[in-house]
Write a protein that binds this ligand. Structure first.
Ligand code: ZN
Length: 182
């Protein structure tokens, strides 16, 4: 299974809104498989297509390695849209394979409802909460060109600014393949 290099904070593709998928062909299926392999190789629980250099509205999630979430099956969401968010918000620490070794507390809705298409282009909806909802929101943001570090407090932003610049210039230590700077 092919492992793809992961794009890094500062790369243009991660700031672009991804394009809708109109057809899931053999190539797309291959890409989705490679996204799962790439995510697992990097010990991630979610990965968006632009994180592997693909301008497509697709993300994959597998939260089953997390304690308490073993029963949640791996999922691929094509053309996702979050259609409902709870007023109830929670704070959770987040990290990102494209922002290596940086973690920060982010406040987001606790529960969400998301509409998406599966690989047969069937339209489905899913309700999620807690960590699962968190990962979906994080990945959905990637498809819109948004990072979790955009959503932290101004105070926190000041604290991570230097680190983000270091990441941008690829002064990072990671144990998974990363893409060349664009
Ligand atoms: Zn991320």
């Amino acid at each position: 299974m092919s492992i793809l290099p992961i794009t890094i904070y500062g790369d243009r593709i991660l700031r672009e809104k991804t394009k809708p998928v109109t057809d899931v062909d053999i190539q797309t299926i291959k890409e989705i498989k490679a996204m799962f392999a790439t995510m697992r190789n990097a010990n991630g629980i979610g990965l968006a297509a632009n994180q592997v250099g693909l301008n497509k509205s697709i993300f994959v999630i597998d939260v089953s390695p997390v304690e308490g979430y073993e029963k949640i099956k791996p999922i691929v969401m094509i053309n996702p849209k979050i259609i409902l968010t709870s007023d109830d918000k929670i704070q959770m620490e987040e990290g990102c394979l494209s922002v290596p070794n940086l973690r920060a507390e982010v406040i987001r809705p606790k529960e969400i409802k998301v509409k998406y298409q599966d690989t047969d282009m069937n339209e489905l909806t899913l309700e999620a909460d807690e960590l699962f909802a968190r990962v979906i929101q994080h990945e959905y943001d990637h498809l819109l060109g948004v990072f979790f570090t955009d959503k932290i407090s101004e105070e926190q932003k000041k604290q991570v600014k230097k680190e983000l610049n270091r990441i941008k210039s690829r002064k990072i230590d990671v144990d998974y393949p990363i893409a060349d700077k664009d």
